[in-house]
Design a protein around this ligand. Structure first.
Ligand SMILES: [Ca+2]
Ligand SMILES: [Ca+2]
Ligand SMILES: [Ca+2]
Length: 831
């Protein structure tokens, strides 16, 4: 097939393509993990941007995340007929439908076929939906049957309240809305209706025309119900009909001979004078690669001069684009520069000794304290949040959950929904949500302890008073912040061990309608104890309790592996906290000893019963026995742990070098020269592993293709490379430590913005999936997961739409890992 073909034709990757337009038909399926992730169904990439997706049979006008999604039963690609057919099914309603998408010149026909009529319960509800990205369509015009209009910047269209029994069930029967006792739900009414719509008439990159002769098109604003909703075009399936019941002709406009602008990747933080400096240029497959590129210097008087012109090296094809490299390492003079390739100029960046000095400051000074739970957090005039969850946490009854938790039979002394005292202290919000994931909180404390033990950062820019439950940013209080952060994490974890007897899996929301909270964390719950004897939304006479079931729950199902991790962490925390908070240090040590003993017994028992062997083995694989022993040794200095470490590590290195070499490197400070010598050949192999990425992809880092993008992988790779260089500089060259930094700070596909909202970056990402995402904002210091891979060949990171967590949600474990990476990188650069 010629890529210049004027018609939409199926290509060898089984999607429809013409220059400037790709139409994918269930290349990405609704996988059910979080239901509607705005990543699935019929998707249209128009001029490089996937601004249309979600094409499927749906049961709502504007589906939310927890509304049911169809299961794909099968998918057939017919090259002869230029057609893709998918069969979809809703198990809950025993409802099957087929969608065919067929190339018709510059358009595709989307048709819905039914063998049996729509089930009675879904009549008037099941429909063909297609969704349009608000940030790409708002303020653009549209024309429905000759009536001209404009997509609203803000959601403010008409709605109707309907009896709850008319609403199709949501995920596992949970409810996204709080009906306030009305037994009604809200449904948006259409913005427009008709049979022909042209969207974005005023924007050639987004223009699309859709016609249906046999069904009415209705246009809705999905943001009415949920800030992450999209505009939805929809045709309700007719009742009592079989065969071809709805058909649309969809023609996405293609700009003639459109060629995507080059994406010139470079480090937005800049470069030190002597480091290797290579820009990776991402090019449309129809673009001719130029011979040279230039580095332009902005002089101190504002004039511009050419500092360097160098040859472009062609790297080759990686997925859908071509890549070339521009090495300007020759330029070593400090100054302000930009890259010019053909007619494209980048924003400016700095070459200087000090450019990396501040890379962790926004994360430690701003992001981390804002995520401190159970505290009032202030910055200047602004309050980030009041004190959340004052009413504490209830024992979760045996139950399922909407964020992948569950409670088995209760194994504590508390009754279902009984208050577990003392848990509303310390801890960190998980990510873009506000729960305390115990595993992540353990990682946070471990990461801070590691950063403290290795680098002893004395930075004091945060005022923390556990007594006043008050945090203020940019306010030194005489104590290094990292110590206070270790204390804050330990406070919650130790309280769990003391009050529950073992670690909770999570402290999380009990109702879906406050889980998706956006705003002040202190307003998630009403701060009053839940009293089921009161009517919903009734407050007791003394004003201390309410009938609103909004209290958070502690999910307490015991996991001895988690207990063991906590025990190890408590031992290490106890060492650090001695002399700073002696009573907490003592409490941590007491719980460490008890949990360690109990966990060992339980794990022993589990490995004897066949049933749980696999989870024990999983634990061995993921947590790594040697890593556990090393942590235990570091925390207790008991020789038996070091002996056990030595017994495991070599085998683990043979099994999985790149995963376990970090642990082997971490042991060096405790070991002798012979150990280091024995490790050398493994580090040499690791050096080859690093180099191999230069052939794997143009960016030279491990690129993840999962449903959560791969910054964490790059971070952990980068951290290991840093430590390998620190201990074996003759094997791992200093240049290698910048691989991960380059990727994180802007040298990556799709765009060249820094994935870290770090200080120093000239163009950090502007939006993240943080808890202020409804404001299209970022919390400084956040690290985005980055490039989300959409099958079969598309990398994506939206910077105008924060709501896709797989691309934009920083996590507390990931962001504290970034602090270690940043500290390691800084220490290498300054030595
Ligand atoms: Ca969570
Ligand atoms: Ca401080
Ligand atoms: Ca409450």
């Amino acid at each position: 097939m010629s890529v210049n073909a004027q018609n939409l034709l199926l290509n060898d990757k089984d999607y429809f393509e013409r220059q400037g337009v790709n139409v994918m038909v269930f290349s990405n399926n609704f996988d059910g993990a979080f239901n509607d992730e705005k990543n699935s169904g019929i998707e249209i990439i128009q001029h490089g941007v996937r601004a249309i997706q979600g094409g499927a049979i749906r049961l709502n006008n504007t589906p939310e995340q927890w509304d049911l999604v169809p299961k794909m039963v099968n998918r057939k690609v017919d090259k002869e007929k230029q057609s893709i057919e998918v069969e979809l099914r809703y198990d809950n309603y025993d409802f099957n439908s087929k969608i065919t998408v067929t190339g018709k010149g510059k358009a595709v026909e989307i048709a819905v076929w039914l063998d049996k009529p729509v089930p009675e319960k879904l009549a008037g509800k099941a429909g063909l939906n297609l969704e349009f990205l608000p940030s790409r369509y708002w303020l653009k015009t549209f024309c429905m049957d000759g009536r001209i209009n404009r997509f609203p910047r803000y959601a403010a269209s008409a709605t109707v309240a309907l009896p709850e029994k008319e609403k199709p069930m949501q995920f596992k029967g949970f409810k996204t809305y709080n009906d306030r006792g009305t037994q009604q739900f809200v449904d948006p009414l259409p913005l427009e209706k008709g049979h022909n719509i042209t969207m974005a008439i005023d924007d050639a990159e987004r223009m699309v025309n859709i016609t249906s002769n046999d069904a009415e098109l209705q246009l809705f604003d999905g943001r009415i119900l949920a800030q992450n909703g999209w505009y939805v075009l929809r045709s309700v399936l007719p009742a009592n009909k079989t065969g071809k019941v709805v058909s649309w002709i969809v023609e996405p406009h293609a700009i003639p001979n459109w060629i995507r602008k080059p994406n010139i990747g470079f480090s937005q933080v800049g470069y030190t004078p002597t480091q290797k400096k290579v820009s990776v240029i991402e090019l449309d497959k129809n673009a001719k690669i130029k011979e040279t590129a230039s580095l332009m210097r902005i002089n101190n008087d504002g004039t511009i001069s050419k500092a360097y012109e160098g040859k472009i090296q062609n790297w080759g094809t990686y997925y859908k684009y071509n890549y070339a490299k521009f090495d300007f390492s020759e330029v070593t003079t400090p100054g302000i520069y930009y890259i010019q390739y053909d007619t494209t100029k980048t924003n400016n960046f700095i070459i200087d000794e000090n450019v990396y000095n501040k890379i962790t400051d926004a994360t430690t000074d701003v992001w981390v304290p804002i995520h401190m739970d159970h505290m009032y957090v202030k910055e200047g005039y602004r309050v980030w949040h009041g004190e959340p969850f004052k009413e504490g946490y209830l024992q979760a009854p045996p139950s399922d959950h909407f964020d992948m938790h569950y409670q088995k039979e209760i194994d504590t002394k508390y009754k279902p929904l009984e208050l577990i005292p003392g848990l509303n202290v310390g801890g960190y919000f998980d990510a873009g949500d506000f729960d305390i994931e115990t595993g992540s909180n353990i990682s946070v404390v471990q990461n801070f302890i590691r950063a403290w033990n290795l680098f002893k950062p004395q930075r004091d820019e945060t005022f923390v008073s556990e007594k006043q439950r008050y945090v203020e940013l940019h306010h030194p209080d005489g104590t290094p912040d990292i110590l206070q952060y270790i204390e804050h994490g330990t406070l919650n974890l130790v309280a769990q061990a003391e009050q529950i007897g073992h670690m909770a899996t999570t402290l999380s929301n009990s109702v879906l309608w406050n889980y998706h909270h956006l705003g002040d964390a202190a307003s998630i719950t009403d701060g009053l104890h839940y009293d089921p004897t009161l009517k919903p939304f009734e407050v007791s006479a003394d004003g201390k309790s309410s009938g609103t079931p909004d209290d958070m729950w502690a999910f307490t199902t015991r996991n001895p592996m988690l207990d063991l991790q906590a025990a190890t962490t408590f031992a290490a925390a106890s060492n650090v906290l001695k002399g700073f908070n002696d009573s907490l240090a003592t409490r941590a040590l007491t719980q460490s000893k008890r949990l360690m003993q109990e966990a060992a017994t339980l794990i022993e028992q589990m490995s004897k019963t066949k049933k749980d062997v696999s989870s024990t083995n999983n634990y061995r694989m993921y947590y790594g026995l040697s890593a556990g022993y090393l942590q235990l040794y570091a925390a207790t200095h008991e020789k038996k742990y070091l002996d056990s470490f030595k017994k495991e590590i070599w085998n683990e290195l043979k099994l999985n070098l790149e995963w376990n070499i970090q642990t082997a490197l971490d042991a060096i400070p405790y070991m002798d020269e012979a150990y280091k010598k024995k490790l050398r050949p493994y580090v040499e192999k690791f050096a080859q592993y690093i180099k191999d990425f230069d052939n794997d992809n143009p960016y030279g880092v491990p690129i993840g293709l999962g449903n959560w993008a791969g910054s964490n992988q790059v971070l952990s790779f980068g951290t290991t490379v840093c430590f390998a260089h620190i201990y074996f500089p003759d094997i791992i060259n200093k240049d290698e430590v910048f691989r991960a930094a380059n990727w994180l700070y802007g040298c990556h596909p799709y765009h060249n913005y820094s994935f870290v909202a770090t200080l120093g970056a000239a163009r950090p990402k502007q939006v993240f999936y943080g808890n202020n995402r409804a404001d299209f904002a970022a919390i400084p210091g956040n690290v985005a997961p980055g490039l989300l891979f959409r099958k079969p060949d598309h990398f994506e990171n939206f910077d105008d739409w924060p709501f896709l967590w797989g691309q934009n949600e920083g996590t507390i474990a990931g962001n504290t890992q970034y602090i270690i990476f940043g500290e390691a990188l800084k220490s290498i650069i300054t030595h």
